[in-house]
Write a protein that binds this ligand. Structure first.
Ligand SMILES: Cc1ncc(COP(=O)(O)O)c(C=O)c1O
Length: 355
């Protein structure tokens, strides 16, 4: 990785060097789409896709159970986020609730493949096709996850990825990618990320653009990471399967959805649900096990969303319940089997001690 970064630094243009285009080509091939356009962040990937899909002054239906950037991007693109609650089946947006959230103003549906688990894309595709509206996947947490044999990001009209450092693959900093089979959307995003330039021109601007390019050195790092992604995802699945087995006897603790031969998650996080989450977290902390909470609040209860839209709590009960019970236990490809067993034993000790 270091070698690739230094080579790019020494031999290529800092901005839109060869590595950027090579990374895009390889990422498109990985996803099975015709085009991939890199951006400065996952948020930028979403915002530029939404603008290219002309959502301004419309409504976009999305989940409140995500990182805040999912909904922020809709507002940045000039649309209103309309939330539809999740199912407990897989913590992703509930297609039935999507259906009842549609209005005359709906222009797009934006599911999030939360924690690396694919949303119910078959149903969502059907809804979007029936209504003639756009389906934009927020695949920021799910690089490489499969839904009915297709990579997430390639199922909707547009797919967006983040390469923030905590993701299943990174670029050594902030970065993002838009994938699509639609050439005019790809061209539109390509122009928007590059100051709104007309294709092939330096000082002819046909759009009100942004400076949201992925830099060359980061693209070179991304190319190396992408080659390792399948292996890393496989290790994540093996760790998840081990946790599933080791934690299956605990009545109070619900392990994440597992998928099946057709739906294959990539365990960006391994999130368990339990009634005494905060006590368990403190116990694990004392045992030296670092955990996380994804997320302490659903998006609609973030201060700015309460302020802007008047949410008070109770509107999206499944998301709210998940936020108060979710605990992310250690999950990354370099976790050893001994560490997995130690985490599991520490969790068992908590329940033995408390019962
Ligand atoms: C689901 C989701 N959407 C969007 C983003 C935004 O990506 P970025 O931080 O690269 O802007 C993230 C991650 O940070 C995310 O997890």
């Amino acid at each position: 990785m270091k070698v690739a970064a230094v080579q790019a630094l020494e031999n290529e243009r800092f901005v839109l060097g060869e590595s950027v285009y090579e990374f895009e080509e390889e990422f498109a091939r990985f996803c099975g789409t015709k085009f991939a356009v890199s951006t400065g962040s996952g948020t930028a990937a979403l915002v530029l896709s939404l603008i290219a899909e002309e959502v301004q002054n419309t409504e976009v239906v999305t989940t409140p159970m995500s990182f805040v950037a999912s909904a922020n991007s809709i507002i940045h693109a000039g649309a209103s986020p309309i939330f539809a609650d999740i199912t407990f089946r897989d913590y992703t947006i509930d297609p039935e609730r999507v259906r009842s959230s549609l209005s005359e103003k709906t222009r797009a549906i934006m599911p999030v493949h939360l924690f690396g688990f694919p949303a119910e894309m078959g149903e969502l595709r059907k809804i979007s096709s029936d209504r003639g509206i756009v389906l934009i996947e927020d695949a920021s947490q799910a690089h490489g996850a499969l839904y009915n044999g297709k990579k997430v990001g390639s199922i909707g009209d547009v797919g967006c990825f983040s390469f923030f450092s905590s993701k299943n693959m990174t670029v050594g900093g902030d970065g993002g990618m838009v994938v699509t089979d639609n050439e005019s959307i790809a061209e539109h995003v390509r122009s928007l990320r590059d100051c709104g330039r007309a294709k092939g021109s330096k000082y002819l601007h046909t759009r009100v653009g942004f400076t949201e390019r992925l830099n060359t050195v980061q693209a070179a790092i991304g190319r190396v990471q992408l080659r390792r992604l399948d292996k890393w995802n496989e290790i994540r699945r093996e760790i998840a399967s081990e946790y599933d087995t080791l934690l299956s006897d605990l009545d109070d603790l619900i392990t994440p959805p597992t998928g099946n031969v057709a739906v294959r998650p990539v365990y960006h996080m391994y999130v368990v649900r339990c009634s005494r989450r905060d006590d368990l977290r403190a116990w694990l902390d004392r045992a030296g096990v670092e955990t996380g909470i994804h997320y302490p609040d659903p998006i609609h209860l973030q201060p700015i969303y309460r302020e802007m839209f008047g949410y008070k709590g109770g509107e999206f009960p499944n998301s709210e319940a998940l936020c108060s019970a979710a605990l992310s236990i250690p999950m990354h490809p370099s976790l050893s089997r001994d560490e997995v067993r130690f985490v599991s034993e520490s969790i068992h000790e908590f329940y033995d001690h408390r019962s």
